[in-house]
Design a binder for this molecule. Structure first.
Ligand code: ACO
Length: 402
C-alpha cells in the first residue's frame, strides 16, 4: 500500500503532462482498468460477470460501499432509493423556465445543481449521515429529473414516479408513459437499459470523474460536484460521443453507406473529422464494454425482429477501420459509445437523451470517487500547477496612450 502522506513533500520541480496522459491524480480501490489487455473490473469483479448477474442498483451498491450487498442490505438500499424518487414540487416549476429546445444535459446539470437549494439538510461533506442521504437522493432523483427533461422537450405532462416499479422500469415509464396510455416497459428494454447503465457505471479517473473529485476536493457539496461532472460528461470527446456517434452513423447511412469514404476522412487530419465512438485514452485493445454492448445489440435487434440500418453501417465501419493501418498502428478500436446508441434507438430513446442516460449510469461511479476522495487520509484540495509562458513584467500604459 502506498502511504500518500509520505508523498506530499513540496517540490520546486513542476512537470507538464498535457491531458494528464501519465499523471496519476490519486490511488483508488474502486475500478481496475487494464487498457492493454481490455480488462475492466469494479471492486475486483469483472464487468462481464456483473453485467450478467447484477442489476444497476446492486452494481451501484457495490461501487459505492465496496462490497456486494447481501439480500437484506440490497432490499434496504432499494427501499431507501424508492422513498426518494420524487423531486420537490417547486422544482417541477423550474422546467417552465427552460426553452423547449434546451439540450437535456443542460437541464440535467442545472436541476441537479439546484438540488442543493432544495435539500439543504444534506450538504455537509463531512457529516456521514448527510452524505448518505444525499447519495440516496441523487440515485433516486436523477431518473426523475432526466425523464422530466425529455417530457419538457415533447410538451407532455410530468408523471410522478411509480415506486412499485424497479429502477429502470420506473425511468422508462416516466419517459414514455402518458396519462392517456397504460404504458408498461418491455422487459427486454428494461434488461438492456440495466446492462447499459452497468457498463457505464465507472471508469476510474476519466474527465467527468476527475471533475467530480476536483470540485469535491474544495469541500463543495455532493450535488454541486455531481452537477459539475454532468457538464464535463456532456462534451463530444467524452460522454457526448454517443450522441455524436449516432449522428455520424446516420450521416453515413444517408450518404449511401459509403464507410470507406468516412474512414478516409478520419485519416485526413486537415478537417478535424474523427470517427466518433472510436479510440480511447486508456484502451489500446478492444474495449470490453463495447464487446458486451455489441452482443446485447445483436440479441435485442434479433428478438425485436428489427433491422436497423445504423447497426449495419456500424458493423461495416468497424470492419473496414480495423483493417486499416492507420487505426491498427494507433490501436484505435470501437469504444463503449460505438454501439450503445443503436440500443438506445431500439428502446425508443431520442438521440439528445443518450448522454443523459450515460450520466444516469455514471452516477454511482462519481459518488464512489467523491466518497473515496473525502475518506482518503491524504485528501487535499486539487490544485495543479502550470509553467507560465506569458510576458515578463511590463510597464503600464495609460489608456489614452495605447
Ligand atoms: N478517429 C480518427 N483518428 C483518431 C481517433 C478517431 N476517433 N481517435 C484518435 N485518433 C488519432 C489522433 O488523430 C492521433 O493521431 P496522431 O498520432 O497521428 O496525431 C492518435 O489517434 C491519438 O489520438 P489522441 O487524440 O492523441 O488520443 P487521446 O487519448 O487524447 O484521445 C479520444 C482519446 C478523445 C477518446 C479520441 O480517441 C477521440 O477523439 N475519439 C472520438 C471521440 C470518442 O469516441 N470519445 C468517447 C471516448 S469514450 C468515453 O469518454 C466514454
Amino acid at each position: 500500500a502506498i502511504d500518500i502522506s509520505k508523498l506530499r513533500g513540496e517540490t520546486g520541480l513542476i512537470t507538464i503532462d498535457e491531458g494528464f496522459v501519465n499523471t496519476g491524480s490519486t490511488t483508488s480501490s474502486i475500478t481496475y482498468l487494464d487498457g492493454e489487455n481490455g480488462i475492466l473490473r469494479y471492486r475486483g469483479y469483472p464487468i462481464e460477470t456483473l453485467a450478467k448477474n447484477c442489476d444497476f442498483v446492486e452494481t451501484s451498491y457495490l461501487l459505492i460501499y465496496g462490497e456486494l450487498p447481501n439480500a437484506e442490505q440490497l432490499a434496504a438500499f432499494r427501499s431507501s432509493i424508492r422513498k426518494h424518487t420524487m423531486i420537490h414540487e417547486d422544482m417541477r416549476s423550474f422546467y417552465n423556465g427552460f426553452p423547449r429546445d434546451a439540450h437535456p444535459m443542460a437541464i440535467l446539470s442545472s436541476v441537479v445543481g439546484a438540488l442543493s437549494t432544495f435539500y439543504q439538510d444534506s450538504l455537509d461533506p463531512h457529516d456521514a449521515k448527510e452524505v448518505e442521504i444525499s447519495i440516496h437522493r441523487l440515485l433516486a432523483k436523477l431518473p426523475t429529473i432526466a425523464a422530466y427533461s425529455y417530457k419538457k422537450s415533447v410538451g407532455q405532462p410530468f408523471p410522478y414516479p411509480n415506486n412499485a416499479l424497479t429502477y429502470c422500469e420506473n425511468f422508462l415509464e416516466m419517459m414514455f408513459g402518458t396519462p392517456a396510455e397504460d404504458y408498461h416497459p418491455d422487459p427486454d428494454f428494461v434488461k438492456a437499459l440495466n446492462l447499459l447503465l452497468i457498463v457505464h457505471a465507472d471508469h476510474e479517473q476519466n474527465c467527468s470523474t476527475s471533475t467530480v473529485r476536483i470540485v469535491g476536493s474544495s469541500n463543495a457539496n455532493l450535488f454541486a460536484s455531481i452537477s459539475a461532472g454532468i457538464c464535463a460528461l456532456w462534451g463530444p470527446l467524452h460522454g457526448g460521443a454517443n450522441e455524436a456517434c449516432v449522428n455520424m452513423l446516420q450521416q453515413i447511412a444517408d450518404d449511401g453507406g459509403d464507410v470507406e469514404k468516412y474512414v478516409r476522412m478520419a485519416k485526413d487530419k486537415t478537417d478535424g473529422f474523427r470517427l466518433m465512438g472510436f479510440g480511447h485514452r486508456v484502451y489500446k485493445n478492444r474495449d470490453p464494454r463495447a464487446i458486451i454492448i455489441k452482443e446485447a445489440c445483436d440479441t435485442l435487434l434479433a428478438k425485436m425482429d428489427i433491422k436497423d440500418p445504423l447497426f449495419d453501417v456500424a458493423q461495416r465501419l468497424e470492419e473496414v477501420a480495423l483493417q486499416d493501418p492507420y487505426f491498427v498502428e494507433r490501436k484505435l478500436y470501437p469504444n463503449v459509445d460505438f454501439y450503445s446508441g443503436v440500443i438506445y434507438r431500439a428502446i425508443g430513446i431520442p438521440v439528445q437523451m443518450f448522454t443523459v442516460l450515460f450520466a444516469m449510469g455514471r452516477l454511482p461511479g462519481w459518488i464512489a470517487h467523491w466518497v473515496e476522495m473525502h475518506n482518503s487520509p491524504g485528501a487535499r484540495i486539487g490544485r495543479p500547477r502550470q509553467i507560465y509562458t506569458g510576458p515578463t513584467q511590463r510597464e503600464f500604459v495609460p489608456i489614452e496612450n495605447r
